[in-house]
Design a protein around this ligand. Sequence first.
Ligand SMILES: [Zn+2]
Length: 305
Amino acid sequence: MQTRVNRRKFIVSATCSICGSVILPSCAQVPLTNRNQLNLYDSNLPIVIFQGSVAGIPIPKVYANEKSLNQEIDKVYNKFISQAKNDKILVDNTAESKKIKEIGTEIYSSINKYYQNNNQKNPIEDFKWQFALIESEQKNAWCMPGGKIAFYTGILPICKNDDGIAAVMGHEIAHAFARHTVEKLTQSSMIQMATIGISNSRYSQLLNRSFRIGNVGGNVYNSVVKYGIFLPFSRNMESEADYLGMAFMNLSGFDINEPSKLWGRMMLEQKKSVPEFMSSHPNPENRSNKFLEWENEIKDKFPRV
Ligand SMILES: [Zn+2]
């Protein structure tokens, strides 16, 4: 226990000092929430992520900037989609799959309109949106950086209605909007660089834990996992995605009372078996209260566009 506490302290201080001294320009602000974020995207510095290791030595992969990382992710996502098509689990041209696309399009179009109306630079203007519905019992949905979204049919009964789908969609879009994956990758890279001097074995454990998380159906979809796309988000990021997701719902005219109901349904579902969405989106007990707390502010700041 003692070791864990010390290590955590070390990681925090290492991250802060790196941020403060070496890579100062990479401290960005999340649009709309203005949270300070350590993010290599913003300054157009190279993004370094680690993919596996040989004899305990990590293999770095360097992307020039957000655009080149997103091009890679575009390939990974489309590989995922064609694999799903081959496996006959891609749901296409059904009322449900059209619904997913419609609601996703409604939300990102409203964000675009919001920025247009406010004459501000749109942080998602370069996103290449894609939506897919996958036939799976998994109660899950995700969004890769750059606007690559998948819903699994298993989550639809929990979503229950359009507003419920919009709640999950808004939350997922928010993770991409706020560049949470790269923030996490940035932090991991920092942590890994800082930790490597201490212990190679501890380092590789950390690497394994960080980069092998996700429920994408075993070996078939390993290429999705290898990019660290399913790194778990921190509680702050989850809360930020809840807030932004709710804001996006309101911009798009969905019912913002639904997110707290949706999480109520998730909690009920948990009694049978934990929805995959919940295991990748840890559920703070005060989640529902937060939604109620934000309601007036969101109605005020993010009215229907
Ligand atoms: Zn989340």
